[in-house]
Design a protein around this ligand. Structure first.
Ligand SMILES: NC(=O)c1ccc[n+]([C@@H]2O[C@H](COP(=O)([O-])OP(=O)(O)OC[C@H]3O[C@@H](n4cnc5c(N)ncnc54)[C@H](O)[C@@H]3O)[C@@H](O)[C@H]2O)c1
Length: 327
C-alpha cells in the first residue's frame, strides 16, 4: 500500500460524491479505514442509503443528501475539505432516457464541483471518468492518447466533464487527476437493469431467469475489480506524480459477454438459458486497454484473477438474495 506514506501527501478530509453508489461506497469505506474524515455526498438517485449504513455514527463520517448540480449544496459540502473524489454520475441507461439531465449532472455537476473546489482552495481533485470517452477503438491497445470520439450520449457528457477538469487545471492551477474506468465489478454494484453486466447476470441467474445478452455476445469487455479502482483513487490523491495526469484504469482482464454468461451459469445453475436481444446503441465491440501508465507511475497491480472476483461478487449477491429474496 503506497497511499499516505513517505513523501506522499496526506488526505485529511475528503469529499466523496456519489458516495452511496457502488464505487463511492467502497472508496468511502477505504478512506474511513485509513482514519480519513469523509463527507459522503449523494442525491440517492441511484445510490442506496444502506451502502452507507455501516459508517453512520462514526465520528469522522458526515453524510450530505445533495445534488452535484446545486452550487450551494456543493459549496457547503466543501467546507474544510482538502481532497475531492468526484464519483457521482448519471449512468449510461439514464443518458439514453434523458440526455439533458445527463449533461447537467456529468458536465454541469463537474463544473460546479470544480468551481467550489477552487473557491475553497482544495488541494486535490480526483475525477472519475470512463473508457466510453474513446468510442470505437481505432488503434489497440488503447492508450490515453487514443482519439476521443464517444459514440454514446454518456461518453459525450463524461468527456465534457473531463474537459472542464483540464480547463480548470490550466486556468486555475488545480491539482487534478482523471481516471478512466472500464467495466468495474464487485459487491454492491447495482443489479437492476441499469447496473453492470456482472451483477445483472448474477441477479437473473439467482432468480432462475434467462440471461439476456445484447447482440451476439461476442463483444469483449475488460473487467476491473472495484478494490483496484479504490486504490487508484487513493494513489492519485496522494502521489505527486499523478498531478495533471489522465490514466486508463483497467485490469486487462478480457472476457466476452457470452463467456461471462457461461461462467455465471456454471456457478449458479447451468440449466438456465441464454437469450439474445437487440444490440445496445453505442455498445463498443472490443476493448483492449493499455494500462501501462498507471501501473508504472502509481505502482498499481491489478487483480488478474477474474474467477476470484466473480466468486466474491457471487457470495455477496447470494447474501443479498437470502436477506431480501430479491436483488
Ligand atoms: N461502474 C463502472 O463500470 C464504471 C465504468 C466507467 C466509469 N464509471 C464512473 O464511475 C463513477 C461511479 O460509478 P458507479 O458504478 O459507482 O455508479 P453508481 O450509480 O453506483 O454511483 C453513482 C452515484 O452517484 C449518485 N448521483 C447521481 N447523480 C447525482 C447527482 N446529481 N448528485 C449527487 N449524486 C448523484 C447516485 O445516486 C449514485 O449513488 C461514475 O462517475 C461513473 O461514470 C463507472
Amino acid at each position: 500500500m503506497l497511499a499516505n506514506t513517505g513523501h506522499n501527501r496526506k488526505i485529511r478530509r475528503a469529499l466523496v460524491t456519489g458516495a452511496a453508489g457502488f464505487i463511492g461506497s467502497h472508496l468511502t469505506e477505504a478512506l474511513l479505514k485509513q482514519e480519513i474524515s469523509v463527507v459522503a455526498f449523494d442525491d440517492y438517485s441511484a445510490g442506496k442509503p444502506e451502502n452507507l449504513n455501516p459508517f453512520r455514527g462514526m465520528k469522522n463520517f458526515e453524510n450530505i443528501h445533495g445534488d452535484v448540480t446545486d452550487a450551494k449544496a456543493v459549496s457547503d459540502a466543501m467546507t474544510g475539505v482538502d481532497t475531492v473524489f468526484h464519483q457521482a454520475a448519471s449512468k449510461k441507461t439514464i443518458c439514453m432516457r434523458d440526455p439533458s439531465r445527463d449533461l447537467e449532472v456529468n458536465a454541469g455537476g463537474s463544473l460546479r464541483l470544480l468551481q467550489a473546489a477552487v473557491a475553497a482552495g482544495v488541494e486535490k481533485y480526483v475525477h472519475a471518468s470512463t473508457g466510453s470517452v474513446y468510442g470505437e477503438p481505432v488503434t489497440m491497445p488503447q492508450n490515453e492518447q487514443h482519439r476521443l470520439h464517444p459514440v454514446s450520449l454518456y461518453g459525450v457528457s463524461k468527456l465534457a466533464g473531463e474537459n472542464y477538469v483540464n480547463t480548470f487545471a490550466a486556468q486555475f492551477g488545480i491539482d487534478a487527476t482523471i481516471l478512466r474506468y472500464f467495466h468495474v465489478y464487485g459487491p454492491r454494484q447495482e443489479s437492476s437493469d441499469v447496473g453492470g453486466v456482472v451483477s445483472i447476470f448474477l441477479r437473473r441467474a439467482l432468480q432462475d431467469k434467462p440471461l439476456l445478452v445484447h447482440g451476439d455476445g461476442q463483444q469483449m469487455r475488460t473487467f476491473t475489480w472495484v478494490g483496484d479502482i479504490v486504490e487508484a483513487n487513493i494513489r492519485s490523491a496522494t502521489m505527486p506524480v499523478a498531478r495533471g495526469k489522465i490514466y486508463n484504469c483497467a485490469s486487462g482482464i478480457r472476457v466476452t459477454v457470452n463467456e461471462l454468461a457461461s461462467m455465471v451459469l456454471k456457478r449458479v445453475n447451468p440449466k438456465i438459458k441464454i437469450t439474445h436481444g437487440d444490440p445496445l446503441p453505442g455498445d463498443i465491440r472490443e476493448f483492449d486497454v493499455d494500462n501501462s501508465l498507471i501501473k508504472r507511475e502509481l505502482g498499481l497491480e491489478f487483480e488478474r484473477d477474474f474467477e476470484r472476483g466473480l466468486n466474491t461478487t457471487l457470495d455477496w449477491a447470494l447474501s443479498e438474495f437470502a436477506a431480501k429474496q430479491t436483488i
